[in-house]
Ligand binder design. Sequence first.
Ligand code: FDA
Length: 308
Amino acid sequence: MNPISSIVLKMSESPAWQRRIGGWRVTRRVVRRFMPGEELDDGIGAVRSLNERGFSASLNPVGEHVHSEAEAEAAAAQYVTILRRVRDEGLDSNLSVKLSLLGLDLGAEVAVANLTRVLESAAEQNAFVRIDMESSGYVDPTLRIHERLRGRFPELGVVIQSYLKRSAADVEALAAKGAAIRLVKGAYKEPPEIAFADKADVDRNFAELMERLLRDDARAAGVRLAVATHDAALVERGIELARQRGIDANLEFQMLYGIGRGLQEKTRAAGYPVRIYVSYGPAWYPWFMRRLAERPANLGFFLRHLFG
Ligand code: FDA
């Protein structure tokens, strides 16, 4: 990871920087590039226009790490509200959830109870729910909770990060079980003991994991793969593999709202489903800082607005 991205990721965890950067008006202007707004109405409006343009969506009310059971329960209630709103408006969007927002820091049972409430509501309308993957300390508990609940709720998916050295083993286990997997590169600051430090290794691992998840045995086990990246070479490789292997179901591409719009259109035009991950909400600071860290050019854009 380049040193600037590393500093920005460190700042994403700092309340002092949050107060400072979050207070600048220019920050909000730049945030709008990646987020339609702070209210559920903003997220719903974005999903509606994406649907009109042929994209499906996944809604993510930004937020993480609650400090009380009441906050975790409120987060579960918020997720349920989103599911109902999507159903009532007839929109094509699933839901992305974070276990730290559902109380994982307070104990696995708190998160399980809250996630179960969300999944029960989703099951009533046959909606799909994906558990986002957070920093490395959350990987084991997240995979355990996913495993525990997916028997009862088959419309539950999880995320694998190609920057983690452990991911090949996790993919093997999930492939055998026919899980619904979103493959990403990974967005957190991780130590070199557990994560590939070189971007080339992260990219190579992504390609290998994608290839693995598109093999016949994984497909036969029922794997549903979401290739989530704006890396044009990897998207192209995914399409090539799908064509070679005659795969026309249980594969979709996913990208973030406001990022790689040309690639979003091109992938959809190639005949593959593209789902756009739509984040909204007032607690955008850590999410926004991770987007800045992903691409130094974003930081340049931000600084130009700040001083311009
Ligand atoms: P890479 O960083 O190599 O970028 C490839 C190209 O994409 C860049 O050259 C640039 O053109 C463009 N690009 C990438 N990021 C950009 C940005 N911020 N602004 C502008 N252009 C950008 N992570 C995680 O740890 N847990 C999770 O649950 C998820 N969930 C998730 C869902 C979806 C739908 C997506 C697309 C991504 C995630 N991520 C994630 C984030 C992921 O781990 C990763 O940080 C970003 O996708 C950026 O990496 P790329 O794969 O795009 O490649």
